[in-house]
Design a protein around this ligand. Sequence first.
Ligand SMILES: CC1=C(/C=C/C(C)=C/C=C/C(C)=C/C=C/C=C(C)/C=C/C=C(C)/C=C/C2=C(C)CCCC2(C)C)C(C)(C)CCC1
Ligand SMILES: [Fe+2]
Length: 370
Amino acid sequence: MRLIDADRTLWHTARQRLFRPVDALFAALIVVVAAGVRIPEAVQYVPFVISLVLLGLPHGALDHLVPSRLARRAPEPRGMAFVVLLYLLVGGAVVLLWFLNPVLAFVAFILTTWFHWGQGDLFVEGTRSGAGLPSRLTRAGMLTVRGALPMVVPLVAAPAVYLGVFRDTTGVIAAPTLDLTPFFESELLRALIISGLVVLGAITFTATARARWGTPEGRRAWWGDLGEVALLAVYFAIVPPILAIGLYFCLWHSLRHIVRLSLLDPGSRECLSAGRFALVARRFAVQSAPITIVALGLLLALFLVVPRSGLSGGALLGLYLVLISALTLPHVVVVSIMDRRQAVWASEGDVTKKLQSGRRGGAALKLAPK
Ligand SMILES: CC1=C(/C=C/C(C)=C/C=C/C(C)=C/C=C/C=C(C)/C=C/C=C(C)/C=C/C2=C(C)CCCC2(C)C)C(C)(C)CCC1
Ligand SMILES: [Fe+2]
């Protein structure tokens, strides 16, 4: 896939000015933890606490504006009503599932996150260069590998922490009914999971090499992709999971999504073109504040409603994850609509038709000529 040139330049700037420093921070954390420094448990929760008001929770708080932004129109009530209804119905159904079957709700949440974080990275990967993203199947492979890094690597590297978060999160709703300890402790399962991921990664990178190797730009993109995957794989294997995932949620997934949203907003786009990131951040903070406050209200309501909410770090994180899971599914629907309009999954023919009819939805992608 190829991005229209103006967008590609803006993504390049974002990569240099925003994403590279985050790479450096993750690399530094790997070194610090590998050197044997123990990060106190309380500190590990800090990114999740900050995510309540900065980057994390707010990154979905403009979802109601997405339909109008994609259509390049001023915010309109119909699009907003659609998104609010979507959140009410789908989010409500997820909360209900937590009450009916917390274990199933947890597993569904992990799988949804796997998909969603993979889909976010797949889009950003497509902005890296004019070199083609390969077949849809390979794109699905890229999504699966990217999403698996935060969801699967901690399961293999720190199963006890994963089990703890599972217990805390399901535990805010009901006393545990199912003991999954053997599942989390199975060496065989861990070996199978990690080998599956390595094999899938190898197949995917071989396939993307075939699509991208033809030009110097394509080769740079391929190495860049590989570098990110390697960094994240080591990061999630070494850094304590709650800290690692909290930082990734804010500084990786949400930051990229906010850049994507800002490119669909003419005012923010102008600031981005001028490299004025502080102004973009301010605009986003102002735009996302009202709905973020509503979402915080929902968190408080959930705290009062769920039967076993507590004040320990684990219980509070569990409660927050229950809320996030209810927000994530409708958010995934909105982001999937963005993916569709921005041609993330399109075949070459579809994209050409879209470009010809001028329905580009802002940062539209087009496939590189073969
Ligand atoms: C628009 C709207 C709104 C809002 C919204 C929002 C605000 C959204 C957001 C969204 C979001 C905010 C999303 C997010 C996502 C996230 C995620 C998806 C995460 C996940 C995570 C996980 C899953 C993890 C886990 C773990 C840990 C932590 C540790 C270790 C282990 C484990 C891995 C388990 C409202 C409702 C108000 C209204 C209507 C409209
Ligand atoms: Fe997201």
